[in-house]
Every structure is written in C-alpha cells, then in structure tokens.
Ligand binder design. Structure first.
Ligand code: NAI
Length: 350
C-alpha cells in the first residue's frame, strides 16, 4: 500500500491525539516516524503507532510533561523529560546541544526520564543539517545477554553518528548494538521459521536456531558489542541518574507507567579543529573515494552509512509514496484507537 507522507503523518497524529496527546507533540512524533519509514527503517515507523497509542491512552507517556532544560556548564546541560514523549524531548534536547556546540565548540546534553525515542539517526541528521558532527545514544529494554552470560541484562542500546559533507549527502551511521532486533525474532516466530544461530541464545545461553526457544539476543561481535552496549548504558544511563543495566524498564511490561529512559546527545563543531570548508570538502572526498572502491562478489557498490536510506527516500518520492503494510494502513484509517494488544506484563512480548 503506497501512502503519501503527509497523509501518513495526519493518520498517525489522529491516533496520538485521540489517545490524549497534544497536537505539537503528536506532530513531532509523527514527523520522526514518517522520516523512519521514508528511509526504509520500517521497524521504527508506522508499525509502532498502535503500541504508542495504547501507551499514551494508558498513561505510560505523560501528555502534559513539564519539560525543563538546566544548563550545567559552558558545554553541558540536562533535559528533564518528565516521562513525556521521547521523540519530542530528544528533539528539543538536540536543539540545545547544537546551540551549546555553536557557542563553545562542544555541546553535551543528557535527556532523562523519557519514553522511547525511536530511530535515533534522526537526531544525528538534525545536527548534521546545522554543520555539526554528533554521537547520539540511548537506553533500551534489557533483552541481550552480556558476553558469556545466560540472562538478559542490557538493551539493544543504539548508537548514531552523523556528519555533514560539502554537498547534500549526510553520513548517518545508526545501529543497535545487537546482531538483530527483537522484531526479527517475532517475525520468525509468526512464520514458524528458523533463525541463524548467530542471532540469539536459549535459556542456557546456548546459540539457538529455534525462534520459539529464544531467551535473549546477543551483542554484535561478542565481547566488543557487549562493551559498546555497556558504554551506552554508562553515558545514557548511569551518568544521567536514571535506572541502568538490568533495571531499565521494558517496552511491553506495564503500559501505564513512565519508562524513565535515558538518552544523550554529544555534538561537536568541526570548525573548532579545521576550517569548516576543509572538513566538509574532505567528507565529500572520502564518500566519493569509497564509492570508487571495487565491489566484492555479491555487492553492487560500496555505500556510505546512511546512503541506502537516502536512496530509499528518493525512490519513495519518485514512486509517489511510502510502502506501508496493508494491515497497518487498515489500522491507521480505522476508528479504533488500539486493540489492547501490547500490555503483556511480559518483557518478551509476542
Ligand atoms: P541496520 O543494521 O539496518 O543498519 C546499521 C547501519 O549500517 C546504518 O547506519 C546503515 O546505514 C548501515 N548500513 C547497512 N547496510 C549497509 C551497507 N550495505 N553499506 C553501508 N552501510 C550500511 O540498523 P539496526 O541496527 O537494525 O537499527 C535500526 C534502527 O533501530 C536504528 O535507526 C536505531 O536507531 C533503531 N533502534 C532504536 C532503539 C531505541 O530504543 N530507540 C533500540 C535499537 C535500535
């Protein structure tokens, strides 16, 4: 089903506002979800609307948050999210981080007590559009074994890096620190398909190909991914004074409670190190040179991080809309706000 971005945004906003969210918050949240679908990151687009709507309706996302920003030093600040919409809080916090970086060369802003903030490459793109380089991280629900362990401890704790170039290209390297997302396990379960033995472990911490036996995901590259997800939890959790490690709340466990998640933006002004023009020209040069690398067997070319998302967006624009699963579209145009499907009290939701 092809849907025009503006229609998709309006449909999303109708659900969020129907559940009680105010218009400006619903609009920003919908903008970022449409951005994700546009880039082909469908795991963080329209597919999430029903879950968020249920959470808003049940009180797990504060619709009247008292957002506040406390500048704690020349380059640092803390944004209080009051368990309001994570997308809105993280966007506003990024605006502060960009301002600090423009003023002092570096801007680091912690965002505490928020709900899910979605595909975090969006915030890296915000900074890059202002000629800034950034690193962004956030916590997510514990569903990953620490390297060598049998029990879930850390989340899929994503990291997004962004950088501008001298042209319209933007580098957005945006990844979960797990081999695969939980959503991929759910897809395999629904299709009764096996999974590769590199994705997840069973209750004994042993690799499994049986999607029904999955007890936790695994970090990317063993001990190295485990170290990265710990780093995210220190910077976006312990350093911000929010629940950390295995105490981070789960997405589906109690939809009536705020999630108290942490998120951090680190923004750098490259012109404090080299002239801006030189930085941007060299960024463009490196992307050109990467694209000239001879592709390996099975690859059509070497892409820079974020390039495939930009190409998908272009394709959707040319083809007159974003491809959305029919079932999701039917939900979006329907009158019912949600079907009470997500409040599982179970962190490994089906
Ligand atoms: P992915 O595995 O699809 O992509 C990771 C990175 O690799 C991207 O920057 C992509 O541009 C790059 N890439 C992929 N294929 C490439 C290729 N052939 N050549 C060059 N670069 C390539 O992403 P993943 O790990 O599945 O994450 C998806 C989204 O989920 C992200 O937007 C992330 O922020 C979000 N997420 C959000 C969480 C949250 O709690 N807020 C938790 C976990 C993930």
């Amino acid at each position: 089903m092809k849907v025009k971005p503006e229609e998709l945004k309006q449909l999303m906003m109708k659900k969020f506002m129907g559940a009680g969210m105010r218009e400006e918050h619903a609009s920003k949240m919908a903008d970022i979800l449409v951005w994700s679908d546009y880039k082909g990151i469908h795991s963080h687009g329209a597919v999430r609307v029903e879950y968020y709507t249920e959470r808003i309706a049940k009180g797990g996302i504060n619709v009247n948050p008292r957002f506040s920003f406390d500048r704690t030093g020349p380059c640092t600040g803390m944004f209080e999210g009051d368990n309001g919409c994570g997308y809105v809080a993280a966007s506003l916090a990024m605006e502060h981080a960009i301002e600090l970086a423009k003023e002092n060369g570096v801007g680091i802003v912690g965002v505490r007590n928020i709900s899910h903030s979605g595909s975090i490459g969006y915030y890296a793109e915000m900074a890059a559009k202002e000629s800034m380089v950034s690193i962004n991280m956030c916590q997510s629900d514990p569903m990953v074994v620490p390297f060598g362990g049998t029990e879930a401890f850390y989340g899929t704790n994503p990291i997004a890096f962004g950088a501008p170039t001298a042209d319209e290209r933007i580098v957005i390297f945006d990844m979960a620190t797990t081999v695969q997302a939980w959503g991929k396990i759910l897809v395999a379960r629904s299709r009764k398909e096996p999974i590769p033995d590199t994705w997840a472990v069973d209750e004994h911490g042993e690799p499994t190909t049986d999607s029904m036996k999955v007890n936790a995901l695994v970090p990317i590259a063993g001990a190295k991914g485990y170290g990265l997800m710990m780093m995210v939890d220190v910077l976006a959790g312990i350093m911000l004074g929010v629940p950390f490690g295995k105490h981070v709340s789960s997405m589906y466990e109690d939809l009536s409670k705020g999630r108290c998640l942490g998120h951090v933006h680190m923004v750098f002004d490259p012109s404090r190190f080299v002239p801006m023009e030189q930085f941007k020209q060299n960024m463009s040069q490196v992307l050109d040179e990467l694209s000239e690398v001879r592709p390996a067997k099975g690859f059509d070319k070497v892409y820079y991080p974020g390039e495939r998302g930009q190409l998908r967006r272009k394709r959707y624009e040319e083809n007159g809309g974003i491809e959305i699963v029919d079932e999701i579209y039917q939900y979006l145009i329907g009158e019912k706000l949600h079907f009470d499907r997500y409040d599982h009290k179970n962190k490994f939701a089906e």
